[in-house]
Design a protein around this ligand. Structure first.
Ligand SMILES: Cc1cc2nc3c(=O)[nH]c(=O)nc-3n(C[C@H](O)[C@H](O)[C@H](O)COP(=O)(O)OP(=O)(O)OC[C@H]3O[C@@H](n4cnc5c(N)ncnc54)[C@H](O)[C@@H]3O)c2cc1C
Length: 218
């Protein structure tokens, strides 16, 4: 691991300001991807901005027709949330299918979609549910957020703060997990929105986890 300066801001504003002012800073959520990358010396950030102390980025709530999940929410929190289980049980099941108990206890929603691993589970749910990714700079429709293999529309100094999932009529997620990591060899998320339209998103089967189709039910 190369040397870096460590920062632990207490607010979103403080974190955004650090990322905006430091030369080559990187945000740290659960570290499930980033720590391994640093250990292998595949990245050499000048500064690490640890988001772990920012309580504003936590929490799961229903707001109107949306289920809003904080970016720092751990996979286990999403899987075990009564709100998620009641309103989008397929999303709770998706979170429960990620990795093992240790990964679910530490990995986060924001880290997963910012990383956009083409075999990751969450991007399929975010796309099929037509979610909105809320950041420190703007609100991005899921269709505009994922741009390619490990690529998103995020600017280097932009943080995901929460994701807004419209509550669907019904939804389901199924995947063939890699037997070791449980990443999706292929995974399919299907959602029927409140207006009756259906979206299908596939992970693991292409260059990026961003393939989706939309059908209108007649
Ligand atoms: C053994 C193992 C098995 C796994 N199995 C699966 C699986 O089955 N399915 C699956 O989908 N995933 C799987 N994962 C991935 C895991 O679930 C994490 O979501 C993923 O590694 C990201 O980790 P993290 O949330 O700790 O983010 P970090 O590693 O801390 O960060 C990852 C990247 O996202 C950026 N980032 C983090 N938070 C934000 C934010 N709020 N805003 C902007 N950028 C941010 C960081 O700067 C970094 O570039 C597995 C991981 C491991 C180690």
């Amino acid at each position: 691991m190369y040397a870096f300066e460590y920062h632990r801001p207490g607010t979103i504003a403080e974190a955004a300001s650090l990322l905006g002012s430091l030369e080559d800073a990187k945000a740290l959520a659960g570290g499930q991807t980033l720590i391994a990358t640093l250990k292998l010396r595949l990245a050499q950030p000048s500064d690490i901005v640890d988001l772990g102390g920012i309580s504003e980025m936590n929490g799961i709530r229903v707001e109107g027709d949306n289920l809003v999940i904080g970016a720092l929410s751990k996979h286990a929190e999403v899987a075990n949330s009564a709100e998620v289980q009641q309103h989008i049980p397929a999303l709770a099941a998706l979170a429960h299918s990620i990795g093992d108990r240790q990964v679910r206890a530490v990995g986060t929603l924001g880290g997963s979609i910012a990383n956009n691993d083409p075999a990751a589970d969450y991007p399929a749910g975010v796309l099929a549910l037509g979610a909105t990714v809320v950041t420190t700079q703007r609100e991005l429709a899921a269709d505009d957020f994922f741009t390619g293999l490990y690529e998103t529309a995020l600017n280097p100094d932009e943080l995901i703060t929460e994701v807004r999932f419209p509550i669907p009529q019904r939804a389901a997620y199924a995947k063939f997990p890699n037997p070791a990591s449980r990443f999706a060899l292929v995974g399919v998320f299907v959602a029927q929105a409140a207006d009756g339209s259906v979206r299908v998103a596939v992970t693991g089967a292409g260059l990026a986890c961003s393939g989706w189709r939309r059908w209108k039910r007649h």
